[in-house]
Design a binder for this molecule. Structure first.
Ligand code: TRP
Length: 447
């Protein structure tokens, strides 16, 4: 622990691992493929990559800058730089988004845990992986059980604190995940009929691309990079003052993007090879990946167990960043101790998560948004509304209130390649205008 008692990342590798650990999660392996499948494949991927570079990277820097400058949670960060102003509300929105996202994130992570134990079912001759998936999410008790287990793990780690908990857990496992993805890609792209999937994934066809797809790509950029709710403000607050901030931001964005793109190379060839539906929605990963394992003979069992264990861990290192935002707020601003903040807020989030968890069984008749089930609806509100809005606000705050000169000064201390006028331009104009237009478009005003 350092002088101010909040703790710091011990090493650069520790920060990058933790921030990449936050970024890399279900967003890459579960959400990226299903959103890409839903919005038409290659064209979506192209838009996604452009938004990553021109919106994701500058906003990533911005959150880290506010965090390191103030050494605070999102609410505290806005309060410190704009005392007595309504900007604190932007921070509160972030904390609120943390509640919503973690509540359903934990449910999906629960599916991942349950799949560690399902290799027997999907490896059986003639198994229908779609039916297995539906069977598992419609089990009322099962859904709540695995969600509970996941939240308990999450609470235990975050209660342990920054160095002991988060940093230690994040370090080793990402390389193993990468190796396993590569093995899966080899299997998937060599399946008969895989070529059609590759062309769906890689060949942009803008005829099917809509404004809604644009918003979804933007939402995915924020979600996958853990942006728009202050998670990276909070992680930046534990960053040492002379650490190379823009370089760290590059590593995190780069690592996250590689993992997501690789996941697509596992999923889409398999989707087409097995005659599945790319727009299948939240079940896509859980239906296709087991089907790939089933093609691997006895080794499929072992790979399957390892893969879902790693996916669970990737989800855990992301989920702890969501809980950390909420906890850091109650620790810094309300002066609760870490254990109390983590346990009480963890329990509230767990309770909230029961709603999306029952969305496939007891509550399946409730489809609040565009016919989507409860989990999909929670996901839609968080990613298509709250996160882009949070990103817009942070850009406007830095660009027009606090000042990009001050932001650059904070970013460039210790930087090997300094941020400059292109950062300022993106933050002042491109990010706010792009997010705003995408919003208007999605509520139908432009489109
Ligand atoms: N980025 C994580 C993923 O892709 C999810 C996540 C963690 C997140 N922390 C976040 C999303 C903060 C938005 C905001 O799985």
């Amino acid at each position: 622990m350092s002088d101010n008692g909040r703790g710091h990342w011990q090493t650069r590798a520790g920060f990058v691992a933790a921030a990449a650990g936050s970024a890399i999660g279900l967003g890459n392996i579960w959400r990226f493929p299903f959103i890409t499948g839903r919005y038409g494949g290659g064209a979506f991927v192209l838009v996604y990559i452009l938004l990553l570079i021109f919106i994701g990277y500058p906003v990533m820097n911005s959150e880290l800058i506010l965090g390191r400058k103030t050494e605070k949670n999102p609410v505290g960060a806005y309060k410190a730089l704009a005392p007595g102003s309504p900007w604190a509300i932007a921070g509160f929105m972030g904390v609120a988004a943390g509640f919503i996202i973690l509540s359903y994130y934990s449910v999906v992570a629960g599916w991942a845990i349950s799949y560690i134990f399902k290799s027997g079912a999907y490896m059986a001759a003639g198994a229908d992986t779609a039916a297995i998936f539906v069977g598992s999410i419609t089990s009322t008790f099962g859904g709540i059980f695995w969600h509970t287990l996941f939240m308990a793990l999450c609470i235990a780690i975050v209660a342990g604190g920054v160095e002991q908990g988060i940093e230690k857990w994040s370090k080793i496992l990402m390389p193993v995940l990468l190796a396993l993805l590569i093995i899966l890609i080899i299997r998937s792209v060599t399946l008969p009929g895989a070529g059609e999937g590759l062309s769906f994934y890689l060949r942009p066809d803008f005829s099917a691309f809509t404004g809604e797809g644009f918003l979804a790509a933007l939402g995915q950029v924020f979600f996958t990079l853990s942006l728009g709710m202050g998670a990276m403000i909070t992680y930046g607050s534990y960053l040492k003052k002379d650490e190379d901030l823009p370089l760290n931001a590059k590593y995190v964005v780069g690592a996250d993007t590689i993992i997501a793109l690789l996941a697509g190379f596992v999923i889409f060839p398999a989707v087409f090879a097995f005659g599945l539906e790319p727009a299948a929605g939240p079940g896509l990963t859980f239906i296709t990946i087991p089907a790939v394992f089933a093609q691997m003979g006895a080794a499929g069992h072992i790979f399957g167990i390892i893969f879902f264990a790693l996916l669970t861990i990737a989800a855990l290192t992301s989920a702890i960043s969501l809980l950390e935002v909420v906890a850091a707020y109650f620790i810094d601003e309300i002066k609760w101790d870490r254990k109390k903040a983590t346990v009480i807020m963890g329990i509230i989030i767990w309770l909230l998560g029961i709603i999306p968890s029952l969305g496939y069984s007891t509550l399946s008749h409730i489809t609040p948004i565009m016919g989507m089930d409860l989990l999909d609806s929670f996901d839609f509100v968080a990613n298509n509304i709250l996160l882009p809005l949070g990103g817009l606000l942070i850009a406007v705050f830095i660009g027009w209130f606090w000042g990009t000169d001050k932001a650059l000064e904070e970013a460039n201390r210790g930087a090997s390649t300094k941020l400059g006028s292109s950062y300022s331009f993106l933050i002042k104009y491109v990010v706010p205008i792009a997010v705003f237009i995408v919003f208007l478009n999605s509520v139908g005003i432009l489109g």
